[in-house]
Design a protein around this ligand. Structure first.
Ligand code: PEP
Length: 258
């Protein structure tokens, strides 16, 4: 049985002063205050901007919520202006990070190769990497979804072999991110089933059974139930809706009901 994971991606949003009111409202809405054991049944994580990490970690701890970075560099230290290492994150009590979000691939030149280096370094550092894959609209429309996702996942699994640790893969069709146009649950399940098959074939059947696969792309309180009802979808990576405590709390409750 894979524990559901609801991960919020705040992107470049929110300020330190908003953290405490946000987490208090979220914990109340989600029912964590009344039932602290809830976060054992469904895992909750927020990937927040670097300057918010230290304070978010302190504040989230009392609610049993996890905090993650949105990006990291694979080297331990050196002349990499503007970058942050795993060791630096560890000092803040962080042990999870997004890797290769499509916005990083699209705007900041991330490639399958850099994503693979980060996944490898993350596992070596004992982190939970949440590695993102997904096709563009042009790729979907030209029938390339399977080949693109297979290429991206194969590269990630190569870096995670032989032991994927706590690796999570998020399938996020680029055309669905921040557009209000979610993949249908059938479209999402089809790609998740493909990813799980690749994990089974390229790592092991046990890794395929164990690895959590998240869906991301305009997931909301309205469509999350149907997405989470799919056999290979183990949670969500949620952008816009994770900025609103009541909306994200509803989505966590949906995860609890599964
Ligand atoms: C994301 O940022 O990973 C994402 C899926 O965004 P949204 O939910 O806003 O589409």
């Amino acid at each position: 049985m894979r524990t559901k994971l609801l991960a919020g991606n705040w992107k470049m949003n929110k300020r330190i002063s908003e953290l405490a009111p946000f987490f208090d409202a979220f914990a109340t809405e989600a029912g964590i205050d009344r039932d602290p054991g809830l976060v054992k049944k469904v895992e909750v994580l927020f990937a927040v901007p670097y300057p918010l990490l230290a304070q978010a970690t302190q504040l989230a701890k009392k609610h049993g919520i996890h905090i993650a970075a949105q990006n990291v560099h694979w080297e331990a230290s050196g002349a990499f202006t503007g970058e942050v290492s795993f060791g630096m994150l560890q000092e803040l009590g962080i042990n999870a990070t997004l890797i290769g979000h499509s916005e990083r691939r699209q705007y900041f030149g991330e490639t399958d190769e850099t994503v693979a280096k980060k996944v490898k370094a993350a596992l070596a550092a004992g982190f939970t990497p949440i590695a993102c894959v997904g096709e563009t609209l042009a790729e979907r429309d030209s029938g390339k979804t399977e080949s693109v996702v297979t290429r991206q996942v194969t590269s990630i699994l190569g870096a995670a072999s032989p032991d994927p640790g706590r690796l999570v893969i998020a399938y996020e069709p680029v055309w669905a991110i921040g557009t209000g146009r979610s993949a249908t649950s059938a479209q999402a399940q089809e790609v998740h089933a493909l990813i799980r098959r690749l994990v089974r074939e390229q790592l092991s059947p046990a890794a395929g059974d164990r690895m959590r696969l998240l869906y991301g792309g305009s997931a909301t309180p309205q469509n999350i139930d149907e997405l989470l009802a799919q056999g290979d979808i183990d949670g969500g990576l949620v952008g816009g809706a994770s900025l609103k405590p009541a909306d994200f709390a509803k989505m966590v409750r949906s995860g609890l009901a599964r």
